[in-house]
Design a protein around this ligand. Structure first.
Ligand SMILES: Cc1cc2nc3c(=O)[nH]c(=O)nc-3n(C[C@H](O)[C@H](O)[C@H](O)COP(=O)(O)OP(=O)(O)OC[C@H]3O[C@@H](n4cnc5c(N)ncnc54)[C@H](O)[C@@H]3O)c2cc1C
Length: 397
């Protein structure tokens, strides 16, 4: 939509209907204050458990280990304190304008009513888990994030449905969320088409490439010919790596698999998304029920879901939200497109100036979709980007 606003005629080729993929099942949070990469010293402390417990909030599937190792080494390198500091500055810069970048598009799509403001609550049942979060809170303080640490007695004033087992909570006031990620994507896709955008349902298999760039996009329904002035943007989420490689960009993209449980009739509404600090999932009240979404499983794109991970999320949720009704629960698994340094890839291919990459948004793809689109449109028109694009360069590794 930002490319359209910049005057381009845009054809979107997707093998699925709008809003499927990872964008279907996320927790709906527009995390404008998210400044912490996944790889930190705190995460590394969890590595032994990650390797031994397939139900841990962060786990690795052993058979995938050989393929994951290069990514994991880069993940380790990204966890160095100096690097964490740099990454958090880049995250701060790109996340902060995220909602502002969305609003003009949502207004065009008539979907601003899907957005709710009111913050986000991270809750802890144990003193140990809360104490372990101190480094993370210090990082957020250094980045100027607004938050309040709540004493136990104030937690239930903020969110009355939480169990008395919650001993600590941190409220982040600047977050917002959408009550249906799917409806958001669908409304944007409709607006895109109303503005003259073309939606084509096809699986892209690759490109015919000439000396100055791609000449043809090949798909299961035939080829899409490209004119010399055409631009190509690869934004295929966790599936982008082989497509980008064909167009000259070797990026260490992998996936952090995440799960959700959708409860259509939960018997309670939350005032804001609630993240359970110990187990890494978020509970968000949506238009069609309560969504419990999160955790990370490093296991690639091919392995079948481990549904016990979703069941564990539900168990924790029933403990921290007494009276939760799990009738009609539905489970889902999706592929976060994840870079080892938790920063997206936004920029031109190192080989072809008319090829742009916009993927690898990891835990923040809903948050950063609009701001990334705006940056790509700025790059495509040769304007300076509103955000310094250097940290997201495709060839930074
Ligand atoms: C459990 C969970 C909770 C999350 N919660 C949040 C949250 O609260 N806030 C947040 O900001 N982010 C969250 N995320 C992350 C966010 O959902 C993702 O980063 C985001 O959806 C990625 O969007 P994408 O468009 O890059 O990829 P996708 O949504 O996966 O879309 C990729 C698209 O590319 C298409 N495609 C792929 N290959 C091809 C091909 N060869 N040919 C044609 N089409 C192709 C697919 O059909 C798909 O439509 C969460 C993720 C998970 C898993």
């Amino acid at each position: 939509m930002y490319l359209q606003r910049a005057g381009f005629h845009v054809r979107l080729i997707d093998r699925d209907a709008p809003g499927k993929g990872a964008s279907y099942g996320n927790a709906g949070v527009i995390a404008v204050s998210s400044v912490e990469p996944v790889a930190t010293v705190g995460t590394l402390r969890q590595v032994p458990r990650m390797l031994l417990d397939d139900l841990a909030p962060l786990s690795i599937r052993w058979p995938y280990m050989p393929r994951l190792t290069p990514w994991l080494l880069r993940f380790l390198a990204a966890s160095r304190p100096q690097r964490v500091e740099e990454i958090s500055i880049a995250l701060r810069e790109i996340c902060q304008p995220a909602l502002d970048a969305y609003l003009p598009l949502m207004e065009m799509a008539g979907s601003t009513s899907l957005v709710r403001r009111g913050g986000w609550l991270t809750v802890y049942e144990s003193d140990e888990a809360f104490a372990a979060a101190s480094e993370s809170l210090a990082l957020k303080r250094r980045r100027g994030v607004n938050f309040d640490v709540l004493p136990a007695e104030e937690v239930r004033q903020m969110e009355p449905r939480l169990a008395p087992t919650i001993r600590h909570a941190v409220h982040f006031s600047d977050y917002s969320w959408v009550t249906s990620p799917l409806a958001l994507s669908q409304s944007l896709a409709e607006a895109f088409q109303r503005q003259g955008g073309e939606l084509r349902q096809a699986t892209v298999n690759g490109f015919d490439v000439g000396a100055s760039g791609p000449e043809r996009i090949n798909s299961d329904v035939g080829a899409f010919e490209l004119e010399p002035d055409d631009l190509v943007v690869i934004a295929a989420g966790a599936h982008s790596k082989p497509l980008a490689a064909q167009l000259g960009a070797k990026v260490p993209l992998d996936t952090e698999r995440g799960y959700h449980v959708m409860l259509p009739d939960p018997g309670l509404d939350l005032r804001m998304p609630v993240c359970h600090g110990e187990s890494g999932f978020v509970s968000t009240t949506m238009d069609d029920g309560l969504r419990l979404a999160g955790t990370v499983e490093l296991g690639g794109l091919a392995a079948p879901p481990n549904w016990r991970r979703a069941d564990v999320i539900l168990q924790h949720a029933k403990r921290i939200l007494p009276g939760l009704n799990d009738g009609g629960a539905e489970r889902w698994m999706g592929f976060r497109p994840s870079m080892p340094d938790s920063l997206p890839v936004i920029g031109a291919s190192p080989r072809f100036r008319n090829v742009f990459l916009a993927f690898g948004h990891g835990h923040l793809g809903l948050t950063l979709a609009a701001v990334s689109g705006r940056m790509i449109a700025e790059m495509a028109t040769g304007r300076p980007t509103s955000i310094n694009a250097a940290p997201y360069k495709p060839d930074r590794f």
